[in-house]
Design a protein around this ligand. Structure first.
Ligand code: NAD
Length: 499
């Protein structure tokens, strides 16, 4: 089939899509035990794409039992590492071969532009799976230097059954950041996708079977957070939860763990990332483009969004002119049009939430420079203009709370020390950036910023080789890189007496 090149092509492809809408347990699709379903609504036009089986505690229990059986009989964890590697590589290859289909599912389901769902989401997801596949037979265990009377082996062992709970902003990529290391280390998984975006995870599970990953290893239960998500968090036979989502729900998973079996919890939560532009910014045009992309990419629905722009007062007006010009080029459009760079908000609830923050910004006295309106309402979809507020102070609601939409708060500062103080004055610590020509400032500020990722003279640079995660209430534990494998393994020390 030829690659679609226009919105019409994509719509034609969408009309013939075969959508997987059932729970996937033990290698098979099935209805929910309750028989219930929920509407899967496309934010592009507000239409119902399909009915999805609504999993709850009974389905989570069935999925965990299937995952446990697969783990205990060793069908995956005891497979020769070379074979596990091949299966995961095949899964990555299948994802690449199905790039258009997966991209289309992602765009229809959560509204991001089709140009990014293929070139960014599917590619990065497949690359993540193949990178961890490669790691399977490259990571060695340890022998401790204990002396001649004994030998102490330090080995990493898979935890068992991992519950993977993910959000809707990068549905497939967030799942793959966890699936890659969890499966590579030999675990079985139960994925609970966000109710707003279950479709790619359901398709991925089927591709995993085609790739040779045994039935029962990779299960997917779509459903709501307060039912299916909670049941996974409270399940007595789940060994760990790998969560990405809001800080509020992350805290609940800590509680679920305490109320049940003390399962391990890894949390990738929210952010309110400071993007600092010093007066000696090396290239104002590049920095301004980066500042706009940092907040408006993916409709602002990005955990690392540079949502607080801290600009040296002496260059602020000139700099903001350039940021606004970039924002102007990022107006929302039809997500299925290959040229569109800003798509739809995920649903009506998120749209209302973002619009409420825009109203709060106005009410608190911030100066609306551009945007601020819901647009394209005649499509039936959910679109919001790129919005910039100037003269924001760091104690305003729009500077303190994660909006998760295309809303930028601009905060002026007078000295680098003041910039760092404002930057760190937040409950979050996921990411931060600083633009400066001075190498001492670059090092000093990046050392002082309390964030899991700091960018100097760039924003959103990303590679699977680097760990990703937060300080403070942005969570703990790391996705990506070899460090992520620590989340899915236990360390065992085995003493062998040589005396
Ligand atoms: P959310 O916390 O509402 O939902 C995330 C997942 O948790 C979903 O699958 C949801 O069904 C489930 N859930 C919701 N309520 C639950 C409950 N009571 N019990 C158990 N599970 C429950 O987040 P969201 O709105 O889907 O996504 C946006 C959030 O995700 C933002 O805060 C964003 O910053 C964060 N995020 C973080 C990262 C990161 O890597 N740090 C990446 C992407 C998104």
């Amino acid at each position: 089939m030829n690659a679609p090149t226009s919105a019409e092509d994509w719509r034609a492809r969408a009309a013939s899509l075969e959508i997987r809408n059932k729970i996937f347990i033990d290698g098979e699709y099935r209805d929910a035990v309750s028989g219930k379903t929920f509407d899967c609504v496309s934010p592009i036009d507000g239409r119902v794409i399909c009915q999805v089986a609504e999993g709850d505690a009974a389905d989570i229990d069935a999925a965990v039992r299937a995952a446990r059986a697969a783990f205990e009989d060793g069908r995956w964890r005891d497979l020769h590492p070379r074979k596990r590697k091949r299966a995961l590589q095949k899964l990555a290859d299948l994802m690449r071969a199905h790039q258009d289909e997966l991209a289309l599912l992602e765009t229809l389901d959560m509204g991001k532009p089709i140009r990014f769902s293929g070139a960014v989401d599917v590619r990065a997801s497949a690359d993540t799976i193949s990178w961890y596949a490669e790691a399977i037979d490259k990571v060695y265990d340890e022998i401790a230097p204990t002396g001649p009377e004994a030998r102490a082996l330090i080995t990493r062992e898979p935890l068992g059954v991992i519950g993977i709970v993910v959000p809707w902003n990068f549905p497939m990529l967030m799942a793959c950041w966890k699936l890659g290391p969890a499966l590579a280390t030999g675990n079985s998984v139960v994925v609970k996708p966000a109710e707003q975006s279950p479709l790619t995870a359901l398709r991925l599970a089927e591709l995993a079977i085609e790739a040779g990953i045994p039935a029962g290893v990779f299960n997917v239960v779509p459903g709501f957070g307060h039912t299916a998500g909670k049941a996974l968090g409270l399940h007595m036979d789940v060994d760990a939860i790998a969560f990405t989502g809001s800080t509020e729900v992350g805290k609940m998973f800590m509680e679920y763990s305490g109320q049940s079996n003390l399962k391990q919890v890894g949390l990738e939560c929210g952010g309110k990332s400071p993007h600092i532009v010093m007066a000696d910014v090396p290239d104002m045009d590049t920095a301004a483009r980066a500042a706009a992309t940092a907040i408006f990419f993916n409709q602002g629905e990005v955990c690392t969004a540079g949502s607080r722009l801290l600009v040296a007062r002496e260059i602020k007006d000139e700099f903001l002119e350039k940021v606004m010009a970039s924002a102007q080029r990022m107006q929302p459009g039809d997500p299925l049009h290959p040229k569109t760079v800003m798509g739809a908000m995920v649903d009506d609830r998120q749209t209302e939430r973002v619009m409420n923050y825009i109203e709060a910004g106005k009410a608190e006295g911030a100066k609306l420079l551009c945007g601020g309106r819901r647009v394209m309402e005649d499509t039936g979809g959910y679109f919001i203009e790129p919005t910039i507020f100037d003269e924001v102070s760091n104690d305003m609601k729009i500077a303190r709370e994660e909006i998760f939409g295309p809303v930028l708060s601009v905060i002026p500062f007078d000295t680098p020390e003041e910039a760092v103080k404002i930057a760190n004055d937040t409950i979050y610590g996921l990411a931060a950036a600083v633009w400066t020509s001075n190498i001492t400032t670059a090092h000093r500020v990046s050392r002082e910023l309390r964030a899991g990722v700091v960018w100097v003279n760039c924003y959103d640079h990303d590679d699977i080789t680097t760990p990703f995660g937060g300080y403070k209430q942005s969570g703990f534990g790391r996705d990506k890189s070899l460090h992520a494998m620590e989340k899915y393994t236990n360390l065992k020390t085995t003493w062998i007496n040589l005396g």
